[in-house]
Write a protein that binds this ligand. Structure first.
Ligand SMILES: Nc1ncnc2c1ncn2[C@@H]1O[C@H](COP(=O)(O)OP(=O)(O)O)[C@@H](O)[C@H]1O
Ligand SMILES: [Mg+2]
Length: 506
């Protein structure tokens, strides 16, 4: 192999290494030019690129060019480089001094006789720039081979540019998505979206406002579905940490070993299956808020570890020795009777005192009847929009049903009931029969405990039959199967209770 070939291969190897970092292209391009200088005696060189924002060409990297030259911008078609970009064809000026029309913006000194070569940089069959070099003039320079070699370098730059732009586009997409998600989250958890004008809820709002700004640990207590998570979100998004992450961990969802690695992370090899280091939620929430949902479900040994983090503000990853400092605000929620759990020794009292700095009690929905209608309207508007329905209002009998029901599942159950009703409703008014069976049988299901056992059972039986007939659209045979009875017995009861099967056929 000739000496020249070895130099070329060395250069190409260096070029490919220089361009392998897709995050930051500029230093890589600079190293490419240095390589050309080192191995091929290039005097001045530049990579010029068509700017993505318009028709201008600007220098992306240059060597041996003064600062003013490096800032130069020119138009496609202007000058030699401009022509290369415009036509996609290489240009060679063997002897610059013999070319009076030569507009050489990169050269500041003319102390030596030089040759100029510019080759196109191509990306997806489009010329997007040029690689240009000044070489010392030599009588016997083989320009064909020089151009060929530079075109190989330029094609590698084109490839790197492609990867770089894809990565940049993807990153921009992620940034945009992240911003819009944050905006959406913030909107969703603004006070305005927590509905409730009842006395107890107004008190809850006041407590959120009192506690959000500080860094106090807050324990949110209330039955399942009362809005504890919503309140935790509201505290975070109205706190100085709003721009930082909100991270939720459900303490009930995972077994003990997993929950600890979930909270504190683990090192590679900490346990079977720990193939790589993993950050825990404490680390992910750094600077933000960590919400420990259903904290009453934590085992005693995890409680001990958590307590230590709360006291010392530091922890180790599972299987790790490095001690990590943490700056997170802690919010916790539970639907458990914590005092009882302490008495039964299933919840540590010292942890409870750490969490119980500020407690918000969210009352069950049955204790804030005024909120029921407000919430129902709120969910009606939301789900009608979501499902593209034109439902305007809720009928009076349906309102009565909603208000008299005892809502064991609280707001979550109400939300589900309204969404379901919206789905089955085809008109502009939401009627009682659109509501779920549990509400239809409200009177029999304990909300109205007046009356004898026999009356209650009768009412319950009647409503069960009505539900089944509704499900089967009035088909008695199917309803009988559903209730695991015979058609004959069902027929008898339909008659006894005076149920009109035709009503369900619509
Ligand atoms: N006051 C409220 N206003 C609007 N939506 C609410 C309200 N309270 C609860 N919700 C909704 O009810 C559902 C259950 O609330 P969530 O916060 O998950 O309850 P919990 O954590 O107490 O089980 C969620 O969809 C939530 O958005
Ligand atoms: Mg919850």
């Amino acid at each position: 192999m000739q000496v020249g070939e070895v130099r070329k291969l060395t250069t190409l190897l260096e070029v490919s290494q220089a361009l392998s970092n897709a995050i930051d292209l500029k230093p890589g391009l600079h190293r490419v030019l240095e390589s050309l200088e080192r191995h091929h005696g290039v005097l001045r060189s530049a990579v010029t690129l068509l700017q993505e924002d318009g028709g201008d060409i600007a220098i992306e990297a240059a060597l041996g060019v003064d600062a003013a030259g490096a800032r130069a911008r020119f138009r496609v078609g202007e000058g030699i480089t401009g022509k290369v970009v415009a036509t996609g064809k290489s240009i060679v000026v063997p002897q610059v001094s013999k070319e009076p029309a030569f507009l050489h913006r990169l050269a500041s000194r003319r102390d030596r006789e030089i040759s100029f070569v510019s080759v196109p940089i191509i990306l997806d069959r489009r010329t997007v720039g040029a690689l240009s070099v000044d070489l010392p003039w030599k009588r016997d320079l083989d320009f064909e081979r020089t151009v060929k070699f530079l075109r190989v370098v330029a094609s590698m730059i084109g490839q790197a540019l492609k990867v770089h732009r894809l990565v940049a586009a993807e990153r921009q997409r992620l940034v945009d998505e992240n911003q819009s998600l944050r905006r959406e989250l913030k909107e969703r958890y603004e006070y305005a979206n927590i509905v409730g004008g009842s006395g107890p809820m107004r008190q809850v709002f006041e407590q959120i406002a009192q506690v959000a700004q500080g860094g106090t640990t807050v324990l949110v207590r209330g039955e399942s579905g009362t809005g504890k998570e919503l309140i935790a979100h509201a505290i975070h998004y109205n706190s100085p940490r709003a721009q930082r992450p909100f991270v939720r961990v459900s303490c009930a969802a995972l077994p003990e070993t997993l929950i600890e690695s979930e909270l504190f992370g683990h090192e590679k090899g900490a346990f079977t299956g720990a193939h790589a280091r993993k950050k825990g939620r404490f680390e992910l929430a750094e600077g933000g808020t960590l919400f420990l949902d259903e904290i009453g479900e934590l085992t005693l040994s995890t409680q001990v570890k958590l307590l230590r983090v709360l006291q010392e503000r530091e922890f180790e990853r599972l299987g790790g020795t490095e001690t990590l400092k943490t700056n997170v605000r802690l919010l916790a929620a539970t639907n458990r009777d914590v005092e009882k759990a302490i008495a039964a020794a299933s919840f540590r009292e010292d942890l409870y005192y750490r969490l119980n700095v500020f407690t918000i009690f969210v009352p069950p929905l049955r204790d804030r009847k005024p909120d029921v209608m407000q919430l129902a309207d709120h969910f009606l508007a939301r789900y009608a929009r979501e499902h593209g329905k034109r439902i305007k209002r809720i009928s009076t009998p349906a309102i009565d049903m909603l208000v008299s029901y005892h809502w064991p599942g609280n707001v979550r159950e109400l939300e589900n009931a309204i969404e379901r009703a919206v789905v089955v409703c085809d008109g502009t008014v939401l009627h009682a029969h659109h509501l779920p069976p549990a509400l239809q049988t409200a009177e029999a299901s304990g909300t109205n405990p007046n009356g004898s056992l026999e009356e209650s059972i009768t009412a319950y039986e009647k409503s069960l039959i009505q539900d089944a007939l509704k499900t089967t659209r009035g088909n008695r045979a199917k309803a009988a199967r559903l209730l695991q009875t015979t058609e004959r017995i069902l027929g008898y009861k339909v008659q006894k209770y005076g149920i009109d099967c035709g009503r369900f056929r619509a």
